[in-house]
Design a protein around this ligand. Structure first.
Ligand code: SAM
Length: 312
């Protein structure tokens, strides 16, 4: 099976020319499996000892403590360990770990995860907050909401308050309430496309990308309303389309630009690209240049991240 033609044509215009061929290849094979210690239940050294005793061969990811990689064929064995059942580790792509780490919530803060299920990033937020403070997790899809609740429980999160509601309504209900907000927005998931899994691309179309962009704009406005002055907001997606990345940020800055700044991000690897300066008829605010586009490799999924601060 091949990727949708309209998608590859657009991708070629988005990513650096010299990396396009290598990026296309990353859709053909499963990524290396990465996982991290759940700091609410264990420590890196305890988990390493536990896995070594169980005969699991893992490699440390040098640039993030408590994060490991294993070959895809060893994933099944990892999911059969006591550590996995006991919620002492969590399998997650590196890109997904980076977003909450960059938001960097602290213990006792008031934090919102505005599009939370299945909860992989909520778990990291709770770990960084050491199960203190107030962590609101919002998810409107019933089925996904219950998966989120199960995950939080299994991984020992006790500071989260879960809400089955539409994130677009939160800003008006909770104005200027949160010190940190993660909006890992619903997106067309282009970075999760796989040429060996037809389902991964079956819902995609340029029309869908544009529809999703409208939802993302409204969620970002809601997040802005819910953010305390001086607070930080991290916007992320796992899509390449500028309509889902630079465009919703442009829309936010056009409305509230005088009260927002973007913060520079430094990542510990070089498979990154600056955001686009323009796309179609749109020319983007230069503050968006502080965002980062993570380019996919055999280990890391493609991702877009922008960190914003609301001025006092
Ligand atoms: N942050 C999650 C994690 O790391 O596990 C993944 C979030 S996923 C990219 C986006 C989520 O947004 C989906 O669970 C989707 O159901 C949810 N969503 C869709 N529409 C939404 C809305 N209007 N308000 C809030 N969340 C929404």
């Amino acid at each position: 099976m091949s990727l949708p033609e309209a998608f590859t044509e657009r991708l070629e215009k988005i990513v650096p020319h010299e990396r396009f061929a290598a990026i296309l290849k990353t859709f053909d094979a499963p990524k290396q499996v990465t996982f991290r210690v759940n700091t609410l239940k264990s420590t890196p050294s305890e988990l390493e000892a536990e896995l070594s005793q169980g005969g699991i061969a893992f490699e440390r990811v040098e640039w993030m403590e408590g994060v490991y990689r294993i070959a895809p064929e060893d994933k099944l064995r990892l999911t059969q360990t006591e550590a996995f059942y006991g919620g002492r580790l969590y399998i997650q792509n590196l890109s997904s770990m980076i977003a909450p780490v960059l938001l960097a919530p602290r213990p006792e803060e008031t934090v919102l995860d505005l599009a939370a299920a299945p909860g992989g990033k909520t778990l990291i937020l709770a770990g960084m907050m050491q199960n203190t403070g107030w962590l609101s997790a919002v998810e409107p899809s019933r089925e996904r909401f219950f998966r989120l609740c199960d995950n939080l429980k299994q991984q020992g999160v006790t500071n989260a308050h879960t809400y089955m509601t539409d994130g677009r309504s939160v800003g008006k209900k909770c104005p200027e309430m949160f010190e940190r907000i993660l909006l890992d927005a619903p997106c067309s998931s282009e970075a999760r496309f796989k040429t060996y899994d037809e389902k991964s691309t079956s819902f995609w179309s340029v029309h869908k990308v544009k529809e999703t962009s409208k939802l993302q704009r409204r969620l970002l406005l809601s997040a802005f309303d819910a953010l305390k002055p001086g607070g930080k907001l991290l916007y992320s997606t796992c899509s390449f389309s500028p309509e889902e990345n630079e465009s919703p940020l442009q829309h936010l800055l056009e409305r509230h630009g005088e009260r927002l700044k973007t913060l520079p991000l430094i990542l510990p690897f070089d498979n990154v690209q600056k955001p686009l300066e323009r796309w179609g008829k749109e020319v983007y605010d230069e503050r968006i240049q502080n965002a980062v586009r993570i380019l996919p490799t055999d280990t890391i999924d493609g991702f877009f991240i922008c960190l914003l601060e609301k001025t006092s």
